[in-house]
Each structure stands twice: as structure tokens, then as C-alpha cells.
Ligand binder design. Structure first.
Ligand SMILES: *Cc1c(COP(=O)(O)O)cnc(C)c1O
Length: 364
């Protein structure tokens, strides 16, 4: 087999266990899945209604997603040619990597961030310059120093998955000022709808000023449409037309396009989810402060905590009691759920903190 050598160092994506399997294995009747940052409130009711009208199954979808494109352009007050749609941001990350990365280039990113940035950089056989986070936040100064003439791409996950920390307007502005204008800087704003910080960057304004800036948004998280696989990028028209060359002809389905339009029209639903999320975060902050559990304040629909115990052990403890979280490095990432789910999980976390004795030494 003549598979690209660099692929042998990677693993295929491992999906979390299916809820049905976990239930059966553990004899549980109910499972609360707080592992994948999905929207615990589902999606707008308008989506189901709109989908009833989908017809013509034998016909390909609209390649350019014209109807959705018009609505998103209007919503963001950008031109239609500044948009590019993809089958979730996962596909966008692949498209960007494929177009920009090669053995002649390098890519700059944080060392503790969304894993797909690295995955596709490895496949493209490019040099990866990953800069450690500083206090859980992107070290933009360190990243800037890592950029040179061969840097074609910089990934900034804002807010960062899994830490939930963010880069503010002043920081991103001085970063963009210092970066060569032929290096593309991507702001992955997958959690944009949840952000509450007043100094979070106005990236649509920045796009007018910096031709090398690309902003990513998705319908998977705040809009609750993860099943449909649809997201988009916003950037300068010329850059978008280049990236569009690598796009598969029918990469977003008609179902996804219709669902996204309906979701976009229900701002009240998204606002309500964001408000419930903010309240849910406070529940976790209160617990962490009370039990002196290190955590990062989050701008997303998740929180990363380091309880100072073996994360795998904590994971097992919780799953046996019907709660799934995501162990990552020295901590666990917890998706903010409905109020009662957060309460249930926090009760178990307290029990674990009080009773389990095993401790690990934190590396940071
Ligand atoms: C969830 C997530 C994505 C991918 O979302 P899609 O469902 O593929 O749109 C991209 N980036 C970050 C940071 C994410 O957390």
C-alpha cells in the first residue's frame, strides 16, 4: 500500500461511544451526554417546519447555496462573494489546509487547541509550529515570533476549544498588524453565539481592514444543527474565490441549506440558548470556586476543569452514573447542559472530589 507516509502517524477519528451502547453496557436508563459541545436545547422549531417543504430528492442541491448565501450575507452585512459554505467547519478546515499547506510552507497554531488543525497539517506534510498556551490562552506574541516568510496559515481558535479562553480586540489587532499580509490568519469562531465578553473582537469589522483574515462560523453549536453538517467562512472576495476552487461541487445538502435558513431566522432561540448557557457556566464557576478546582472562565458552551485527579478515573466514575464528559490531558471538558443536568453532574463531581483519594500531579 502506498499511503502517504505522514498519514501513518495519525489515527482515524474516534467517535464517542454510542449512547445506546453505553446504556446497555452499564444498565442505565438515561444518559446525559456532555462530551461534544452539542446544543442541549436542540434547535429552533422552525427547522422541522421548513424541512417538510424539501422535495426533489433526485436533484442535486444548489452548489453555491444561493438562498442561504443571500440570507447569511444580509445577516452579517457582507457581500455574497465573501462567503464560502462547507459541510461543517470540519470540512472547511480540510479545505483551507488543502489549499494553503504544502511541504514548502509552515503553519502556526496553539499546541492545545482544536485537534483538526494539526490533523490536516500533518496530512499536507507541512511544518507545524505549535506554541504553548499561556495561562490557558493563545500566546499571540509567541505565535507572531514563529511566523516567517514561509508561514501560509495561522489558526486562532476564538474562543479556544478546549479551554474556552478568548483573544480580545486589542490583542488580535496588534497581531494582524505584525503579520505579513500574505499569511492567512483564521479566526475559528465556532462558539460565536455564546460569547458574552464585551472586548471580544468584532471580526466583521476586521475583515474590512485585513484582506488576509478569514473567519469561521458554524450552525452546529449555537444553532443546534450538528446533524446537518453546515458551516461557513467569511473573508475577502479574492481569497474566497481561491478557496472555492478546492470545494466539492455539492458539499452542502439541500436539507442542510434549508435547515440553516430556518435556524438563522429564529434569533430568539439562539439568544435564549446563549443566556441559559451563561447561567449554566455560573453553576460550574460556583462549584469550582467552592471546591478550589482550577478552571478557565469560558466564552463557549463548555468548561475545562482540572480537578487534580486522574481524568480517566473521573470519566469512569461519571459514566457509570450516567454522565459523559471529555477527558483531555490533565482535565476534563464539560459541555454546559440544561440547569438540572448541570446540577446532577456537579453533585457527582462533589462526591468524587470528597471521596476519591487518587491524585495526580498537574504538569502546569
Ligand atoms: C465543533 C467545532 C468545529 C467543527 O464544527 P462543525 O460541526 O464541523 O461545524 C470547528 N472548530 C471548533 C473550534 C469546534 O469546536
Amino acid at each position: 500500500m502506498k499511503v502517504k507516509k505522514q498519514m501513518l502517524s495519525l489515527k482515524a477519528y474516534e467517535p464517542g461511544k454510542s449512547i445506546d451502547n453505553v446504556k446497555k453496557e452499564l444498565g442505565l436508563t438515561e444518559i446525559v451526554n456532555l462530551a461534544s459541545n452539542e446544543n442541549p436545547f436542540g434547535c429552533s422549531e422552525k427547522v422541522q417546519q421548513a424541512l417538510q417543504a424539501v422535495s426533489n430528492y433526485a436533484r442535486y442541491p444548489d452548489s453555491r447555496a444561493e438562498d442561504l448565501r443571500g440570507k447569511v450575507a444580509n445577516h452579517l452585512r457582507v457581500s455574497e462573494n465573501q462567503l464560502l459554505f462547507s459541510s461543517g467547519l470540519d470540512e472547511m478546515i480540510q479545505m483551507i489546509s488543502r489549499s494553503l499547506l504544502s511541504p514548502e510552507t509552515n503553519v502556526v497554531m496553539a499546541s492545545f487547541t482544536f485537534p483538526q488543525f494539526r490533523h490536516h497539517a500533518v496530512i499536507e506534510n507541512t511544518e507545524i509550529r505549535d506554541i504553548p498556551l499561556k495561562d490557558g490562552r493563545h500566546d499571540l506574541e509567541g505565535m507572531q515570533q514563529a511566523v516567517d516568510e514561509q508561514t501560509s496559515l495561522v489558526w486562532i481558535c476564538n474562543p479556544n476549544n478546549p479551554t474556552g479562553t478568548y483573544v480580545n480586540e486589542t490583542e488580535i489587532r496588534s497581531f494582524l498588524e505584525a503579520i505579513p499580509n500574505d499569511t492567512i490568519v483564521v479566526l475559528d469562531e465556532a462558539y460565536y453565539e455564546y460569547v458574552t465578553a464585551s472586548d471580544y473582537p468584532d471580526s466583521m469589522e476586521l475583515i474590512d481592514e485585513y484582506d488576509n483574515l478569514l473567519v469561521l462560523r458554524t450552525f452546529s453549536k449555537g444553532y443546534g444543527l450538528a446533524a446537518f453538517r453546515i458551516g461557513y467562512a467569511i473573508g475577502h472576495e479574492e481569497l474566497m474565490s481561491k478557496l472555492d476552487i478546492g470545494r466539492l461541487p455539492f458539499n452542502t445538502s439541500r436539507f442542510a441549506q434549508i435547515a440553516a435558513q430556518a435556524a438563522l431566522s429564529d434569533e430568539a432561540f439562539v439568544r435564549n440558548c446563549s443566556e441559559r448557557n451563561f447561567e449554566g457556566l455560573q453553576q460550574f464557576y460556583t462549584f469550582c470556586n467552592e471546591f478550589k478546582v482550577p478552571y478557565y472562565p469560558s466564552q463557549g458552551n463548555f468548561i475545562y476543569i482540572e480537578p487534580g485527579k486522574n481524568p480517566e478515573e473521573l470519566f469512569q466514575f461519571l459514566i457509570q452514573r450516567g454522565y459523559i464528559v471529555r477527558p483531555i490531558k490533565d482535565g476534563v471538558r464539560i459541555t454546559i447542559g440544561k440547569k438540572e443536568d448541570n446540577e446532577g453532574l456537579i453533585k457527582l463531581l462533589k462526591e468524587f472530589m470528597e471521596n476519591e483519594t487518587s491524585s495526580i500531579k498537574l504538569t502546569s
